[in-house]
Design a protein around this ligand. Structure first.
Ligand SMILES: Cc1cc2nc3c(=O)[nH]c(=O)nc-3n(C[C@H](O)[C@H](O)[C@H](O)COP(=O)(O)O)c2cc1C
Length: 333
């Protein structure tokens, strides 16, 4: 059974990769990921400004939330120990490179033009195999047009592309008026892969204390319909690799993403919930399904259910919406 795939110019042993999260801040966890069969590791984002405490409190809420298994909890250090500044981050890359054999993909969340470029160079010098740009910004400035925001995204990719020869992945939000156009411009600006999609955290209100707090909700399976739809639409229309992320937990989820055209699949919530060994379980289930259904390689199934290749291309578009919106569902008594 050939589970290998290619991503960012690298040949990977399987399509299963832990998504960027503070789990990979610990070298022991990176080793456990490799032992569990992870095809590569995405490091947590290096944040140019001090968004770190926010990110770590997110990690804390998830790690110690009711959805985590006791076994999974043992992986997690206290959030106070997790602040990785640029120097520690570069050291982590170097340490990971000498400790494990799988590719190490760094992740960067910049704030200024200079910051993106400067850190991208340093990450390359530290020996990372590739770089994922996590462009995470919630726009609250009403005077900024959509066009200006999009130009900013394209600029970041162009600037980073011009300063590093590392393979470049760009993790995008789905919130663009014309996502296909945005994806095309990001690819033209130099991205080698699109990671679809990142997930914004929204605050909740604590009614007892009347305060806002960053209550983290692990993603739910239905959320993977979004990357499934968009990878299915963009596959072969753009000369770029695709990573599917958001709401993936099982081998079935992985299979569906590969069938619409993903090169690789990524998971964060599912690994927090089930533990790092979950990677191995998904791989075994994936291989079993392929054997039972007479597939001998990932390459054989990749893109078979994309919009270009599926029997009913309208399933990805408006006609399908009308079809489902006009279907009567049974009303519960
Ligand atoms: C605790 C936690 C921390 C995360 N930190 C990062 C990060 O540093 N950089 C990033 O690009 N994504 C980060 N993510 C987002 C994940 O990489 C992923 O995109 C998102 O959780 C959706 O995948 P999932 O449905 O498998 O959880 C984080 C997610 C979690 C749960």
């Amino acid at each position: 059974m050939d589970l290998s795939t290619t991503y960012l110019g690298m040949k990977l042993r399987s399509p299963i990769i832990p998504a960027a999260s503070p789990l990979a801040e610990e070298i022991d966890n990176i080793c456990m990921m490799e032992d569990a069969g992870a095809a590569a590791v995405i490091l947590p984002s290096l944040f140019e400004e001090q968004l770190l405490s926010e990110s770590n409190s997110l990690h804390h809420h998830l790690s110690y939330g009711t959805d985590s298994s006791p076994e999974a909890l043992s992986y997690f250090p206290d959030p106070a120990d997790l602040n990785l500044g640029p120097e520690e981050y570069l050291k982590l890359i170097q340490q990971a490179k000498v400790t494990v054999d799988i590719p190490i993909i760094a992740s960067l969340n910049g704030d200024t033009d200079g910051g993106w470029v400067n850190y991208a160079r340093q990450i390359e010098n530290a020996g990372a195999d590739a770089l994922e740009l996590n462009i995470y910004a919630i726009q609250t400035n009403m005077n900024l047009s959509g066009e200006e925001v999009e130009a900013e995204y394209v600029n970041i990719v162009k600037n980073v592309r011009s300063c590093t020869s590392l393979p470049l992945a760009v993790k995008l939000t789905p919130f663009f008026t014309n996502l296909g156009n945005m994806a095309k411009r990001i690819v033209e600006a130099g991205a080698d892969a699109l990671v679809l999609f990142n997930r914004f955290q929204q605050p909740d209100i604590d009614l007892k204390n009347l305060s806002l707090y960053p209550h983290y909700l692990p993603s739910r399976p239905f959320e993977n319909r979004l990357p499934l739809t968009w990878i299915g639409i963009l596959y072969k229309r753009l000369a770029v690799d695709f990573a599917a992320v958001r709401g993936l937990e099982t081998a079935e989820d992985v299979l569906k993403m590969l069938m619409v055209g993903a090169n690789v699949t990524m998971m964060a919530s599912a690994i927090y919930k089930n533990g790092i060994h979950h990677i191995r379980t998904v791989e075994q289930d994936l291989a079993r399904w392929m054997e039972e259904n007479e597939y001998s390689s990932i390459a054989q199934m990749r893109g078979s259910m994309s919009q270009l290749n599926c029997e009913d291309p309208s399933a990805f578009e408006r006609t399908q919406y009308i079809r489902t919106a006009t279907t009567h569902l049974p009303v519960l008594p």
